[in-house]
Design a protein around this ligand. Structure first.
Ligand SMILES: [Zn+2]
Ligand SMILES: [Zn+2]
Length: 139
């Protein structure tokens, strides 16, 4: 798959049999819809708690950040906030193909996870923690 922000070919990163596409140039990560559901299932979470459809329904955040095109369907992705303190601005395909996290966002997530490890995590936090675990080792 081609990185939506810098157009490099992404590598596949696997954790717990869930495959994510990762760009080694800008450090972004793409989650496709099946992978997100699989991850929620594996965590014993109701996938409706953080479904792509739900994220795709969030209001499009007004931001100066450039809009990227979905690497699957080519449509412009929406910006959505997930997480807290700080919120992470992610890109979501309006058709529900998947989610895109910029490299900087992955770092924010790792920091958030480092700060609240062990605390009672809700479904969004667990997704963020998963990403933190996946990319910690990558440096
Ligand atoms: Zn990239
Ligand atoms: Zn799409």
């Amino acid at each position: 798959m081609i990185c939506p922000t810098c157009h490099e070919v992404m590598i596949v990163v696997e954790q717990d049999k869930i495959e994510l596409d990762h760009c080694t140039k800008c450090f972004g990560v793409w989650f496709d819809s099946g992978e997100l559901e699989l991850m929620l299932e594996r965590m014993g979470l109701d996938s409706s708690a953080l479904s792509l459809a739900k994220i795709a329904d969030l209001p499009d955040v007004k931001t100066a950040e450039k809009k990227w095109h979905c690497p699957i369907c080519g449509k412009k992705m929406k910006k959505a906030h997930i997480g807290r303190e700080p919120e992470v601005l992610i890109d979501v395909c309006p058709r529900g193909d998947g989610l895109w996290f910029d490299g900087g966002e992955v770092y924010q997530i790792i920091e958030q996870c480092a700060q609240k490890s062990g605390a009672g995590l809700d479904s969004e936090d667990r997704v963020l923690a998963f990403l933190g675990d996946t990319f910690k080792a990558e440096g």
